[in-house]
Ligand binder design. Structure first.
Ligand code: UDP
Length: 194
């Protein structure tokens, strides 16, 4: 798969629709997938914090979430196809999940926000199978919550704890799940809940 390296971060070079196809087939093959959507702030944090840099090395896909990343790729003459914003990708994946009956779990944001986000997502996607939701003010090592999530067998897990927490959470717990696409979504639940 073609990648472009910007400040030591290897970005996958695909368009939104290509990513959707790739993720669709990985979900159906029950291949576990760790997706990071990286904006310039995240890239610069990873360059300062070796622990986080190491976590990003465990991601299966790093997507360019921010026009700054796309501009940087053009400057080094290895243009990325397009910006793939985390919020937009989440929207596309929710549509897929609704059409295909996939199981979705929502983790993150304040209790009242995730409740509102859940209701708004359900209004837009009435047939979507949201198997569970939980606010994000948790201990990243909270094992009880993880065991409950594993039991629900989600195909898609959206983790909105902000970076670096969300990527640390995914890295810590991904190994325990049998399947699923896990994606950090930053403040997306705040937008859904707004
Ligand atoms: N958040 C969370 N748990 C935490 C800290 C933050 O669920 O321990 C949520 C917060 O409520 C918001 C999202 O993570 O929905 C993004 O948080 P923040 O604005 O701090 O991060 P950024 O947008 O800068 O990535």
């Amino acid at each position: 798969m073609s990648t472009v390296e910007i400040q030591k971060i290897k970005f996958n070079n695909n368009s939104m629709s290509e990513f959707i196809d790739i993720f669709d087939s990985r979900i159906h093959e029950q291949e576990k997938t760790f997706v990071v959507t990286a904006n310039p702030e995240l890239v610069s944090f990873a360059n300062k914090e070796p622990k986080y840099f190491n976590t990003l090395n465990h991601a299966d896909f790093i997507l360019p979430d921010g026009i700054g990343v796309v501009i940087a790729s053009k400057i080094i003459n290895q243009p990325l196809k397009e910006r793939v914003a985390g919020f937009d990708l989440m929207g596309e994946l929710l549509k897929k999940a609704e059409n295909q009956g996939l199981k979705v779990y929502l983790l993150g944001a304040k209790e009242s926000t995730i409740e509102k986000a859940y209701l708004n997502i359900k209004t837009q996607h009435p047939k979507l199978n949201i198997v569970g939701k939980h606010h994000g003010y948790i201990d990243v090592n909270d094992e009880e919550l993880v065991q409950e999530m594993i039991r629900l067998e989600p195909d898609l897990v959206f983790v909105g704890l902000g970076f670096p927490r969300q990527e640390y959470w995914i890295e810590n717990h991904l190994g325990k799940f049998k399947k699923g696409l896990f994606m950090g979504v930053g403040g997306s639940f705040d937008v859904w809940g707004g």
